[in-house]
Design a protein around this ligand. Structure first.
Ligand code: SF4
Length: 375
């Protein structure tokens, strides 16, 4: 399936481009109290380690705003401040040097206040995300439409956009979140027919890790396959690193991003000769820090040859006493069953080191530092 992405205006959040021809960006939001600098920075570093590209923090009060400069100085990905209603907090976040704001200008109050924020954001090159949520639509829109509809959500977004455009501000991205998958899909579709602002996709309050991942995959999968969406956040009631993992898995499954180790495990059946499930989990954990895109195939037996794994960069197939190691669809050698895991790990490390060497990088693949002398 070839996905043609919808052409959107490009904006920049710190060093990360969103929209236009930029790759779809995976972002997350921290769970800790933002004013707890130590805990928030530790969480963001964990998010960075699993590939999070932009992080958002809630700024519910002055203590959180005061923490922003300290957080900003200790992380390397762009920081977005999530502000509701209070324009002082928006100004404080901008002063703190955040890379983006999530703020609905229609909720800020007087035009003077909005002008102050927009002027400062513009001077600093800070984009604003307008975040429409089906659960908190303006009262008059609910009265007009009767209940939260896609039309009501889009009308709400357009109002906020109009306020920004009146100030000649166009560095905007939009989200139209709902916990009902169908409603969110409809709202994003409708908006994308009317405007070329980049879209931040998300299904809000989607649930616990398993439920939320499924709901997000269904909703975002529909939109992404139609070319809609420039950045994604998977909302999960669970560890925030899971949001990033799920986000990348959704993008990888549609071939919209390639990143890190992709373990292609056979579905297992009665012919199984090795512990496919345990080994696949161990490989995913062991190589979770690797960013190079590598497809690894783990087959439980050789009954179908290596056909099921031939698309992988590298893989193994279990056998009675002896398994097979294969690379790029070719069998490399036979390996005693008990050595299969160790041999596969070594081969993966070699492959990662070789790819990094091609780029002239000194690398630490797994505790051991491999120095690339090439190039
Ligand atoms: S690779 Fe072998 S064990 Fe795995 S599903 Fe296929 S036949 Fe079954």
């Amino acid at each position: 399936m070839q996905i043609t992405r919808r052409k959107t205006r490009q904006i920049q959040v710190g060093s990360v481009k969103i929209g236009g021809d930029a790759p779809i960006v995976v972002q997350s939001m921290t769970m800790n109290d933002t004013h707890d600098v130590e805990a928030t920075v530790a969480e963001i570093r964990r998010l960075e380690a699993v590939g999070c590209e932009i992080v958002r923090v809630a700024v519910p009060g002055q203590a959180a705003a005061d923490a922003l400069p300290k957080i900003r100085s200790q992380i390397s990905i762009p920081l977005i401040a999530d502000v509701h209603f209070d324009y002082h907090l928006a100004l404080a976040a901008l002063k703190a040097g955040v890379d983006g704001l999530r703020l609905n200008p229609g909720n800020i109050g007087s035009k003077e206040r909005v002008t102050k924020i927009v002027k400062m954001a513009k001077d600093q090159g800070v984009p604003i995300r307008v975040g429409v949520n089906a659960g908190s639509l303006e009262r008059d829109l609910l009265e007009k439409y009767g209940y939260p509809t896609a039309e009501a959500m889009v009308e709400s977004a357009m109002r906020h956009i109009e306020i920004l455009e009146e100030q000649n501000f166009y560095d905007t991205k939009i989200s139209l979140k709902a916990s009902h998958v169908g409603l969110a899909v409809e709202a994003y579709r409708l908006f994308s027919q009317k405007s070329d602002y980049p879209l931040h996709l998300g299904i809000t309050e989607s649930g616990t890790v398993a439920t939320g991942a499924v709901k997000s995959a269904v909703g975002l999968g529909i939109l992404l396959s139609e070319g809609i969406g420039d950045t994604i956040r998977i909302s999960l009631a669970g560890d925030s690193t899971e949001e990033v993992r799920v986000g990348f898995e959704i993008l990888k499954s549609l071939h919209l991003r390639r990143r890190g180790v992709n373990v292609i495990a056979c579905p297992t059946c009665g012919r199984l000769e090795i512990d496919v499930i345990g080994l696949s989990n161990r490989l995913e954990t062991r190589f979770s820090h690797i960013t190079e895109p590598i497809d690894i195939s783990v087959l439980g037996c050789v009954v179908n040859g290596i056909g099921e794994g031939k698309e992988a960069d590298i893989g193994i197939a279990g056998g009675r006493g002896v398994g097979l190691l294969f690379r790029g669809g070719e069998i490399i050698r036979k390996v005693p069953q008990e050595e299969l895991e160790a041999v596969l790990i070594e081969e993966i490390e070699n492959l990662v080191a070789a790819r990094r060497a091609e780029r002239g990088e000194a690398t630490a693949v797994s505790g051991m530092t491999r120095l690339s002398l090439g190039g």
